[in-house]
Design a protein. Structure first.
Length: 258
């Protein structure tokens, strides 16, 4: 059995695997300054929540875009796993060809998402990974990750706007209103509609441009913390794959198991 842990800028996602079965997935808050002990406690409590506490974990794999949390979480994983945990990055076989200027700059979550997407369906494909930022990455017909775009996520954009204006309220983009209208009638509804409908329209436009480069048959895999309302408002067909990154990390662990 294997533990996969992905540290993003906002959340830490955790998954457990046994053979071809995914045992569970869970999510923690990525809090700056966590110690190795705090990481271990958080993992232990999450495992207990999903009935996985006390299992013997053969191995583990860590992906991280938050350097300050990488070492503490790696130390916590060492306490849980029988073998030394792997870290996604240079030196590990992934099976994904990376054709960008500096492959070392590619985030662990995007590498893992690309690996998992290629197992799902043939390319061309587009990865839509949402955390604090929205990342759009293209995989061409030859299975090469060839580049993409990074832009602010809707929650980050709204947060910045609220901080810089005197009268706009903070809104919960995950709240499910009865309807979203481009003609909203109060400040909170206007802000929510602008964030949801605006993000959806922006993504539709960017995905159209990416398909123009990759081919009109490029399919889209979406993962991460993108509000459900955005996906519902989009016109582009998108496959929601909540465990895409963790599944890709597990596939990388399988390729590099000793």
């Amino acid at each position: 059995m294997v533990l996969a842990v992905n540290i993003g800028n906002t959340h830490i996602t955790v998954g457990g695997y046994d053979g071809e079965a995914r045992l569970f997935t869970g999510r923690l808050c990525a809090r700056a300054g966590m110690t190795a002990d705090e990481c271990a406690i958080a993992l232990d409590q999450l495992l207990a929540l999903y009935g996985q506490q006390g299992r013997q974990w053969e191995g583990g794999i860590l992906g991280s875009v938050a350097p300050a949390l990488t070492a503490p979480m790696l130390s916590a994983l060492r306490r849980l796993c029988a073998s030394r945990p792997l870290t996604v990055g240079p030196g590990l076989k992934s099976g994904l060809s990376i054709a960008i200027d500096d492959p070392g700059q590619l985030g662990a979550e995007l590498l893992a998402a690309g690996v998992a997407a290629l197992k799902m369906d043939p390319p061309p494909a587009i990865l839509l990974c949402a955390d604090t930022a929205l990342s759009l990455m293209g995989i061409d017909r030859q299975g090469r990750l060839v580049g993409g775009m990074i832009l602010p996520g809707p929650a980050a954009a709204v947060g910045a706007l609220v901080q810089r204006t005197a009268q706009l309220p903070q809104v919960d983009l995950d709240e499910r209103p009865r309807a979203l209208s481009p003609l909203s009638t109060n400040s909170a509804a206007c802000l929510r509609s602008g964030a949801i409908l605006g993000t959806a329209a922006m993504l539709d436009g960017l995905l159209a441009k990416l398909r123009g480069e990759l081919g009109e048959n490029a399919w889209v895999a979406a993962t991460g913390q993108l509000p459900e309302g955005v996906l519902e408002a989009m016109e582009t067909p998108v496959r929601r794959c909540d465990s895409l990154i963790l599944d890709g990390m597990y596939a990388i662990w399988q390729k590099n198991r000793r």
